[in-house]
Design a binder for this molecule. Sequence first.
Ligand SMILES: [Zn+2]
Length: 251
Amino acid sequence: MLSDEELLRYSRQVLLSQVDIDGQLKLKASRALIVGLGGLGSPVALYLAAAGVGELHLADFDSVDLTNLQRQVLHDTASVGMSKVDSALQRLAAINPQVKLVAHRQALDEDCLAAAVAAVDLVLDCSDNFGTREAVNAACVAAGKPLVSGAAIRLEGQLSVFDPRRPESPCYHCLYGHGSEAELTCSEAGVVGPLVGLVGSLQALEGLKLLAGFGEPLVGRLLLVDALGTRFRELRVKRDPGCSVCGPAHG
Ligand SMILES: [Zn+2]
């Protein structure tokens, strides 16, 4: 059941026929893991907390640096030097005290990651490196949990949803596992704040759709954002039957 206070707090989304009270109850009963509390993880955490997702599990082993504040809007000047998880706990609890927050302050090794993924209904990968993305994907495939994956660098962003519960869905490795160009991070290549805000907001939206069960998720599609030209493109992406992570030999 939803209290009067919850009905009021969430009234603008409960008003939508696609969400309604049923959808809000599903959000309240849901648990989501956010990997990375940086530029992408900021809007993801803020919007999922504000929307009333029941439990948010927050994973980041980094602390807030002054150079983060240009885009990582979850954190503020007073939290420089503080762990990103602790900074996030303060901010999210202030936004919505009804959300249960679970902290992962250490880097997650394979076993810890598997346990963290098994404990939730949905994973949002907001990390900034290939190794973490591959590890998170493998854990999601193994546990059969949907993964909302976002990335942004310089003036380009990418977004897709991988859902191992759907037989036609590719996984992250199907798409990116064949070795790409040398890995760059935002600290080396730069990035504009609103672009990570945009991609992270889309990740939050896909997350709400998956958890509340409305709309058509971005499964089997890769959304490309060109911030310079203000253009969105979409590519069809297929499951790779020979994929070493989700292929039949490993599924
Ligand atoms: Zn795959």
